[in-house]
Write a protein that binds this ligand. Structure first.
Ligand code: PMP
Length: 338
């Protein structure tokens, strides 16, 4: 029989698909790792599974327990899916810029959702991390997943995403491009690929312009879940434990407008419906590939699906309101006729 006893066995092993956008035959080939094909819809299924399994092993999470996390959405969905499959309760604390689709998805998995203002300094008791930590403490059997400080986050990518890419490219990958949110994806995947290649694979972060990772001032930006907003008066470290700086060779800042126009093109010209941070990563990957040659091979990680952002990035009225589309042509990414 070709069957599975649990959907948790299906997490990972996502395909690599060539991007056609570069189109002019110059530069290096770019292959996209389609993380939206994970069963829970994003790259974060991998860490949802690993963080919960490690917590079970250490005894931090047990029968009747409650998983608590502060997240921009996908980690919550990964945790809520795994928790539902294993019989745990989930409580997720999110910033108020989170899309309506992500909130609805969490509720659909049976998670309890708590929304708090984003952009507060860490010392504010209402910062989502403090709210989540408090809820975990006050809930009997509560366990705070803590993706920013949990070694199972980068480890999930070191043990799965990295080896998959190495195998899928027959060891020919020369450049990895990934967004940086918690840094787990780029650190774990990048570390594995550097070790496997004897240090030759170059690891490039793609960061929303104004996020602190690329030296920005931390002003709020629109792309969700990538980069890091850091309040100017915060006591928070710039670099969370889940981000391993020594793995990353370079970080490219990418403007929101470029990220969002790229995903609208990917949807219309390639049939790839992906989220805003995938646009940040793909824009960076196309820039990197343009300066390389046919002997190089770029892999870019596309974290989630565009279906989570239909009311924002794929909604012309929203895009016009934010100034990402020009009102005179209505839709800058639409094919022009005549
Ligand atoms: N893009 C999306 C859509 C995400 O959900 C995340 C995870 N927060 C990232 C990018 C960044 O990944 P990481 O946290 O592993 O750096």
């Amino acid at each position: 029989m070709e069957t599975h006893e649990s959907l948790l066995e299906l997490i990972g092993n996502t395909p690599l698909v060539r991007l056609r956008l570069p189109g002019d035959g110059r530069g290096a080939a770019v292959y996209a790792k389609l993380e939206y094909l994970n069963v829970g819809g994003s790259v974060k299924d991998r860490i949802g599974l690993r963080m919960i399994e490690e917590a079970e092993k250490s005894g931090a999470l047990g029968p009747g327990g409650t998983v608590v996390e502060a997240t921009s959405g996908n980690t919550g969905a990964g945790l809520a899916m795994v928790a539902a499959a294993k019989g745990y309760r989930t409580i997720v604390v999110l910033p108020d810029k989170t899309s309506a689709e992500k909130l609805a998805t969490l509720r659909a998995y049976g998670a309890e959702v708590v929304v708090r203002p984003g952009g507060l300094p860490l010392q504010d008791p209402e910062h989502i991390l403090n709210v989540a930590a408090r809820i975990a403490e006050q809930t009997p059997g509560g366990w705070f997943a803590g993706q920013y400080g949990n070694p199972a986050n980068p480890a999930a990518h070191y043990l799965t995403t990295g080896p998959e890419i190495w195998r899928q490219t027959d060891g020919r990958i020369t450049h990895l491009v990934s967004c940086v949110g918690t840094g787990g994806t780029i650190s774990g995947t990048g570390r594995f690929l550097k070790e496997a290649s004897g240090g030759t694979v170059r690891v490039i972060g793609a960061d929303p312009a104004s996020s602190v990772y690329s030296g920005g001032d931390g002003r709020p930006y629109f792309v969700e879940a990538a980069g890091r907003f850091r309040h100017p008066e915060t006591t928070e470290d710039i670099w969370p434990d889940s981000y391993q700086q020594d793995v990353v060779d370079e970080i490219l800042p990418i403007a929101d407008r470029d990220s969002l126009l790229t995903i609208r093109r990917l949807a219309r010209e390639e049939g790839l419906l992906v989220g805003g941070s995938a646009g940040t990563a793909a824009t960076a990957a196309l820039r990197v590939a343009a300066d390389l040659g046919p002997q190089d091979l770029v892999v870019v990680i596309l974290p989630d699906s565009g279906r989570q952002y239909l009311s924002k990035y794929f909604n012309d009225a929203w895009m016009l309101r934010q100034g990402f589309l020009d009102s005179d042509d209505g839709d800058a990414s639409a094919p022009r006729v005549g």
